[in-house]
Design a protein around this ligand. Structure first.
Ligand code: ZN
Length: 322
């Protein structure tokens, strides 16, 4: 636990998605009780860390910025209609986020879009709503935030949000917003990282926030408990490639927050190659542990294996879906 603590505390902006990767890297598969204790401890660690981590602002273009340091990467559009946030970060980061937002201009916060239901993207919903943000999301995000959610790989139960933290406007496939002279196109991926993921395209600025379908330069978490799968992640990556050009600025859910199509393509090709390797081994009848031992991610570990979803945990996630 001490090592784990150091590992987690050393990183700014780590997320709940990363919990079981770390727990399992240290201990293999934990018993349910052990994992529950670990997860509860790590939720506290994440909140403690988010409470003190700085939030950095990266200015992009056309009044769009990205805030880094509280859970998933948060995009902000400013203008006369008020600030529009893509994702909420973690609640205890409120002082740092409020300060970063104030430095972007005096406008009130009027809109919040959740890219999916996970804690590290929605924990700040209630405070942002309390200062005036209308919350918009896919209908599955509201459904999941309205009820207890069990994430099997974390062996953890998340409690429902209070009503102010729930999206008040939801959609099923697509939604377009006109705000601050910009067109925002919201689009549902279908099941990918969860069953609630959407992309947000700032059409005029040519900036695409791709939720947790893209972890820039690191292995991703895939939440099978709430509808995610490796094939869904690959399909979402293909959709992201189809939606972008070399000029597009891409905001990943996690990892270096200002990205591009070249990095996105590398991530997509990594997913496809590892899926093929794991599927071939599984087809030979090998067990999950035998597949992990065969190191099907080896060619990619130096580049993608340095964050908290480590090579063996990522292999288990892929194995589950092929
Ligand atoms: Zn997530």
């Amino acid at each position: 636990m001490e090592l784990l603590k150091k590992h987690l505390m050393s990183r700014r902006g780590f997320c709940l998605c990363c919990i079981s990767g770390t727990a399992m890297a240290a201990n293999g598969w934990l018993s349910p009780n052990e994992a529950f204790a670990e997860a509860r401890g790590i939720v506290s660690l994440i909140k403690d860390s988010a409470a003190t981590s700085p939030v950095l602002t990266h200015k992009l273009r056309n009044n769009v910025s990205v805030l880094e340091g509280s859970g998933g990467n948060v995009a902000v559009l400013t203008g006369p209609d008020g600030k529009v946030l893509i994702d909420a970060g973690i609640g205890v980061s409120r002082p740092q986020i409020a300060k970063a937002l104030a430095e972007l201009g005096p406008e009130p916060i009027t809109h919040l879009i959740n890219t999916h239901w996970h804690f590290d993207h929605t924990d700040g919903n209630a405070w942002l709503n309390s200062v005036g943000a209308k919350i918009i999301a896919h209908e599955n995000t509201r459904n999941r935030l309205s009820q207890v959610q069990r994430v099997e790989d974390w062996d953890y139960n998340f409690l429902p949000h209070p009503s102010g933290g729930l999206p008040s406007e939801v959609f099923a496939t697509e939604r377009t917003l006109q705000l601050n002279g910009s067109t925002l196109a919201l689009k549902y991926y279908g099941p990918a990282h969860t069953d609630s993921d959407i992309s947000v395209l700032f059409r005029d600025a040519d900036i695409l926030h791709v939720a947790d379908t893209f972890w820039n330069g690191i292995y991703p978490f895939i939440d099978y408990s709430t509808g995610g799968s490796i094939d869904g992640m690959i399909a979402a990556s293909d959709a992201n490639l189809a939606e972008t050009t070399d000029r597009t600025v891409i905001i990943p859910g996690h990892g270096k927050p200002v990205s591009n199509r070249t990095e996105l393509k590398e991530f997509r090709d990594m997913l496809v190659a590892i899926r093929e390797n794991v599927a071939a081994l599984k087809k030979q009848g090998r067990s999950r542990d035998e597949v992990v031992a065969a190191k099907p991610t080896a060619a990619f570990d130096a580049k993608f294996g340095n964050f908290v979803i480590d090579p063996s945990f990522f292999t288990r996630l892929v194995y589950e879906g092929v």
